[in-house]
Design a protein. Structure first.
Ligand SMILES: Nc1ncnc2c1ncn2[C@@H]1O[C@H](COP(=O)(O)OP(=O)(O)OP(=O)(O)O)[C@@H](O)[C@H]1O
Ligand SMILES: [Mg+2]
Length: 503
């Protein structure tokens, strides 16, 4: 008996089904530009097949954790585990046949690749006794199997590409059915794409992607032009598990929704000019310093390296074309958009990726598309704003030193360090775990503790508890120390101004 998964309706109105057993043998590739409905499609497929087959979702944005809530998947927060323990978790998931969501949110590209690879290898390298069928869904597959070398280390790319190749090329015998989705076919490694025999092609704008799609589907490029006009949620299906000839279909509704909904236009919030100044003009770290991914404990060398890097700024082509006034005006508008986003009630707890997406959309709406800061720059702006580091400090010499030290930390931690440094400088009570988590955009108190541990391991701070269990943080070398603060306090003392980023 074949298991038919209903994906939606054909454009002719009849049910569009996917043959699950055939899919297990022949794999699936989903392609479509951002917003074409790929993640929705994956969700529909996962929901409809959840009761039939074990599943795992490699989830770069943490979108699918809501699916776990409904269907009982185990969510694994990759950020909290080492590669080795993820590999073991993968093996155990297979042995015990537990459906999982590997949430890779919050990790940088390098670690997303390494940890996804470890988990996939665990699924793959398991004794024959456990080769039960399993769907392995990878959203944003180009992140894990990139066509060209990016910023990540060669080792991470090799690991991740190897795991994806195993999944798509050699997984079938082991019961692993790869289902991969990508925005840009041209960005996905060819050997990984080529192993899928089923395709769902959504709206595609770029010629290069269209050409790759046409090649994969064995269509003429002229025919593939039709992909340009597909609406959101509409896909062209082809393959043994779907249809023997190209078939238009509309994906049906889902029971669960993505945790991160698409941003919608809303009136700009009101903020006083003073608030705006504090948020937007927060002290920035020195420019053109790329924090090292794995800072070694040798602080002095790193600071030296950072200093010399700061002396050689690279030219920004756009900046060279614009006058100083135009640049200032552009910056002001970008700042206003950030301010508006941060003034939304839940802004403190939304993932950076989601905030950034909304930010970029708003920049585009304002005609600032190409002027929008990249994600790294945005992260920096955001953590500073969230940590409430105000402009009054920017001029301060000692504070410049703090900025320089912060630059050895990953970008998203720099604001936290500066928030603590600020408290230490002013002799304020040490921020509580809740305050630190909030400034980081998280609800997790454990994450706040891990952040502090990490910053301490880098040799920037020393944490101590006094007799009453209150925490004191001292800045190494500067010898500024916070007043004792209760780590478990819910609210943070208002004079720290750390709440200035939210109403
Ligand atoms: N078939 C559909 N029916 C109803 N809503 C849909 C459908 N497909 C997509 N949507 C909605 O459209 C929006 C964009 O869809 P989705 O997030 O799936 O796009 P995507 O292709 O994954 O984009 P990205 O590449 O940026 O992740 C979402 O809000 C989603 O709920
Ligand atoms: Mg998506």
């Amino acid at each position: 008996m074949a298991v038919a998964i209903e994906m939606g309706h054909t454009t002719a109105g009849s049910p569009a089904v996917l043959d699950l057993e055939e899919l297990l043998a022949t794999r699936l590739l989903v392609q479509g530009n951002s917003g074409s409905g790929k993640s929705h499609l994956l969700r529909r497929l996962l929901e409809q097949s959840a009761s039939w087959v074990q599943q795992t979702i490699i989830d770069p944005e943490g979108d699918f954790v809501t699916l776990a809530e409904r269907f009982g998947h185990l969510v694994i927060d990759a950020e909290e585990h080492t590669e080795r323990s993820l590999q073991i978790a993968g093996e155990r998931a297979r042995i015990h046949r537990v459906s999982t969501v590997l949430n890779l949110e919050g990790l940088d590209a390098e670690n997303q690749m390494r940890r996804a690879a470890a988990f996939l290898n665990g699924l793959f390298e398991i004794a024959r006794d456990h080769w039960y069928p399993m769907l392995v869904v990878v959203d944003e597959a180009q992140l894990f199997a990139p066509a060209i070398a990016g910023e990540v280390s060669d080792e991470a790319r090799k690991l991740s590409l190897g795991a994806m190749t195993n999944l798509m090329c050699r997984g079938r015998k082991r019961g692993l059915a790869g289902v991969i989705a990508t925005q840009r076919l041209a960005k996905l490694a060819k050997n990984v794409a080529a192993e899928a025999s089923n395709f769902l092609m959504g709206r595609t704008f770029l010629d290069i992607d269209m050409a790759r799609a046409a090649d994969l589907l064995g269509m003429e490029r002229r025919q593939a032009d039709a992909f340009r006009d597909l609406e959101r949620g509409h896909f062209m299906a082809l393959g043994p598990a779907l249809s023997r000839r190209p078939l238009g279909l509309r994906i049906g509704p889902t029971d669960t929704s993505p945790r991160n909904a698409t941003p919608r236009l809303m009136p700009l919030p009101e903020a006083t000019l003073e608030d705006a100044r504090a948020i937007i003009l927060a002290a920035a770290p020195p420019e053109n310093i790329r924090p090292q991914r794995r800072p070694s404990p040798d602080l002095l060398n790193q600071l030296m390296a950072a200093k010399s890097a700061a002396l050689e700024p690279g030219p920004d082509p756009l900046e060279q074309l614009l006058s100083a006034e135009e640049l200032a005006e552009r910056r002001e508008r970008v700042d206003r958009i950030l301010r508006a986003i941060l003034a939304e009630p839940d802004a403190g707890f939304r993932a950076i990726g989601v905030l950034y997406q909304e930010f970029v959309v708003r920049c585009r709406i304002e005609g600032l598309g190409s002027a929008a800061p990249d994600l790294g720059e945005f992260r920096r702006m955001l953590t500073h704003a969230r940590a409430g580091v105000g402009s009054d400090l920017a001029e301060d010499d000692a504070w410049q030193d703090v900025s320089l030290r912060a630059s050895i930390l990953p970008e998203d931690m720099q604001g936290i360090f500066m928030m603590i440094a600020r408290a230490a400088k002013e002799g304020w009570p040490c921020p509580s775990d809740a305050a630190i988590a909030r400034a980081y955009g998280s609800h997790s108190l454990r994450r706040a503790q891990r952040l502090l541990n990490y910053i301490e391991e880098q040799g920037l701070i020393v944490c101590q508890l006094d007799g009453a269990g209150r925490r004191i943080v001292t800045l190494v070398e500067l010898a500024w120390a916070t007043a004792p603060g209760d780590p478990n306090a819910e609210e943070l003392p208002t004079e720290q101004g750390c709440n200035s980023a939210s109403p």
